[in-house]
Design a binder for this molecule. Structure first.
Ligand SMILES: O=C(O)[C@H](O)COP(=O)(O)O
Length: 249
């Protein structure tokens, strides 16, 4: 049996203001930083130990990982960063308000963009300043792999490729792995690990700053899954991840 821990970053500044974020490199909010530190404390209290960590190229996930490792006194372990664990690219929606977009296009259309398996958000064009090719972080990513928009389907391809090449061999070698990433890059991984259908994944919402623990069998199929933290708190955060507009703090 193997154990794997996934953590979505703590609340970001744009989660707080309810803007489509995607590859926009926004920081954690003060609340998000606290969520990350609390996640680290929970993991430490649960006697978790990690040998290697993975995260994206985006600071909200990177900082979440460092807050967690700091709380666990594990800042020394190897940390691998990759664009392939970045959030799903939200195309031309990036920077728009989820609420205003729902008022303009209807809640059903926005839910299709947010949660469907293969509906692509409106695309950027290459002249847009948000085109990732303009960002030095992605200088080594081939043009053919730089997204202008992504559905979950495209996100799964890049996440699964990285999982198969880099993460899976580490787990099979007996390393305890933690992955700090994003709502939709983690949904991509969860769909793959749990072999969920394109319909089942629509209802999966991953809460911010809450460790998701998997026990995996020798073929890396999940045999147990749970969130760390009080059921009530986790449930509230899952509902918030599903529908940020309808949840009052
Ligand atoms: O990119 C974003 O806006 C968030 O990280 C995830 O948003 P979602 O819940 O709308 O997919």
């Amino acid at each position: 049996m193997y154990r794997l821990v996934l953590v979505r970053h703590g609340e970001s500044e744009w989660n707080k203001s309810n803007l489509f974020t995607g590859w926009t490199d926004v920081d954690l909010s003060a609340k998000g930083a606290k969520e990350a530190k609390d996640a680290g404390i929970l993991l430490k209290e649960g006697k978790f130990v990690f040998d290697v960590a993975y995260t994206s190229y985006l600071k909200r996930a990177i900082k979440t990982l460092y807050y967690i490792l700091d709380a666990m006194n594990l800042l020394w372990i190897p940390v691998h960063k990759t664009w392939q664990l970045n959030e799903r690219h939200y195309g031309a929606l990036q920077g728009l308000s989820k609420l205003t977009t729902a008022q303009q296009y209807g809640e059903d259309q926005v839910m299709l963009w947010r949660r469907s398996f293969d509906v692509l958000p409106p695309s950027l064009n290459q002249e847009d300043e948000r085109y990732p090719r303009n960002d030095p972080k992605y200088r080594d990513v081939p043009d053919s792999q730089i997204p202008l928009t992504e559905s979950l389907k495209e996100t799964i391809v890049r996440v699964q490729d990285y999982w198969d090449r880099e993460i899976k061999p580490q787990i099979l070698a007996g390393k305890n792995v933690v992955i700090a990433a994003h709502g939709n890059s983690l949904r991509a991984l969860v769909k793959y690990l749990e072999n969920l259908s394109n319909e089942e994944i629509v209802d999966v919402n991953i809460p911010t700053g809450t460790p998701l623990v998997y026990t995996l069998d020798e073929n890396l199929k999940p045999v147990e899954k749970y969130y760390l933290g009080s059921d009530q708190k986790v449930e509230h955060k899952i509902r918030k991840a599903a529908d940020p507009d309808k949840i009052l703090e």
